[in-house]
Ligand binder design. Structure first.
Ligand code: T4K
Length: 370
């Protein structure tokens, strides 16, 4: 019999650096009073992450959403953007808030990312870009996407919110596309409490994006033709990032161990589809998605409810599809995306964070197996 615990298990739990390391890191700020606007911590984290992403042009942001929204703006796009509905609502909102029209493309049911074979029929003379998502840290089929982009002269923006430290086909995931955007939210593998980043291929785009982030200023000078906002990261957030970076390899190793514990038990269960096997992928173990193959959506919803009875919260990331949100009812008329709809009705993300114990994993699996 599975025992109910008083200690709730949530879908994730932020990892924290040692308290003293963080206070040491911010100590000087009580002396110098430099708290934001690209201070010392901000500059250090920018250069550490540029190294991490193997990027020439990298910018920090106040959060991942602003990085994505401004990234799209910096590319001066107009018209239709082909994208996935199987994502967090930020992806679609960033497109719509830029005055662009999202055209929803179906996903690959094994990989959960946009299906390149379904992109080409959606391309029209209004199409300007593809916004693809490395959902759960699973890389999109970058070669096929970028071949299409080249053929039709489209920009490619990757929402890599979940993909920190993922490597694919021998290179850092950040090196794909015109821009790759990352989230450093508290729920992510690497976090700055709130925060985000963008890697740009082109220096001109980087300059524009930098201006958009800070009211139109670039390297201290105001460029009047570029209206910007305030999407800067503060020194306190950057300091958290610098501390967390020290532990990122341990963090990913612990998540790997936990994922392997789940795999060992759940791989034997018929009717469950687990994380896809993708050649040339180095994972970051950001999420543990499980797809219930039988009797959807009842079996997924039942599993979720049963776990909740034991104080365990799993999450239906990403249900419902963003194309179905009521805010788009009068604005968009999406074509059906049956594979995405099917997966959204069957998927459940199980708890995954560095301090999850083996005993807790066994308990979660026992409830699912029962
Ligand atoms: N693109 C994609 C594909 C994304 O998934 C996201 C964000 C973005 C873009 C935009 O990036 P950001 O602007 O957020 O940087 C969470 C996150 O807020 C969001 O960052 C994330 N994706 C999304 C998938 O998940 P919720 O509504 O599920 O979060 P919440 O508050 O329910 O938290 C989930 C669990 O995390 C809690 O049960 C406990 C734990 N938690 C949460 C917080 C806030 C902590 O341990 N510490 C915390 O501080 O959205």
């Amino acid at each position: 019999m599975v025992m109910k615990s008083n200690k709730p298990i949530l879908v994730t739990r932020s990892s924290m650096p040692p308290f003293d390391e963080y206070t040491e890191m911010i100590h000087n700020m009580w002396e110098n009073r430099w708290l934001t606007n690209m201070g010392n911590m901000h500059e250090k984290l920018t250069s550490r992450l540029a190294e991490e992403f193997e990027a020439d042009h990298f910018l920090l942001f106040s959060n991942g959403h602003m990085a994505l929204e401004l990234a799209l703006q910096s590319l001066k796009l107009d018209g239709e953007v082909i994208t996935t509905p199987f994502t967090f609502l930020s992806t679609t909102q960033a497109i719509v808030r830029n005055g662009l029209t999202p055209v929803f493309c179906d996903i690959d049911p094994v990989r959960f990312t946009i299906d390149p074979a379904k992109i080409e029929p959606l391309i029209t003379d209004r199409t300007c870009a593809i916004v693809a998502v490395h959902v759960y840290g699973i890389p999109c089929e970058t070669d096929a996407i970028e071949a299409l982009a080249k053929k039709y002269g489209l920009k490619v923006i990757y929402d890599a919110a979940h993909a920190f430290q993922v490597r694919y086909k021998g290179q850092n995931i950040a090196r794909y596309g015109d821009i790759s955007m990352f989230s450093f939210h508290a729920t992510k593998v690497f976090h700055t409490v709130e925060g985000g980043g963008a890697v740009c291929r082109d220096f001109g785009v980087y300059q524009r994006l930098s201006r958009l982030r800070n009211f139109g200023f670039f390297q201290g000078a105001f460029d009047g033709d570029q209206l910007g906002v305030n999407a800067k990261m503060s020194e306190f957030h950057a300091a958290m990032g610098l501390c967390n970076l020290r532990y990122i390899n341990q963090e990913i190793q612990k998540r790997k161990n936990i994922s392997e514990c789940y795999d060992k038990i759940l791989r034997k269960v018929k009717g469950l589809q687990l994380f896809p096997d993708i050649p040339e992928l180095e994972r970051n173990y950001a999420y543990y998605p499980v797809v219930f193959l039988n009797d959807a959506p009842k079996s997924r919803d039942k599993a979720c409810e049963d776990l909740q009875k034991y104080n365990i919260t799993a999450r239906k990331y990403f249900f419902p599809l963003t194309s179905t949100f009521s805010c788009y009812k009068d604005l968009l008329h999406p074509e059906p995306t049956p594979a995405a709809e099917d997966i959204a009705g069957r998927v459940l993300c199980l708890p995954l964070y560095a301090s999850l114990s083996e005993e807790e994993i066994n308990r979660i699996c026992d409830i699912l197996l029962n």
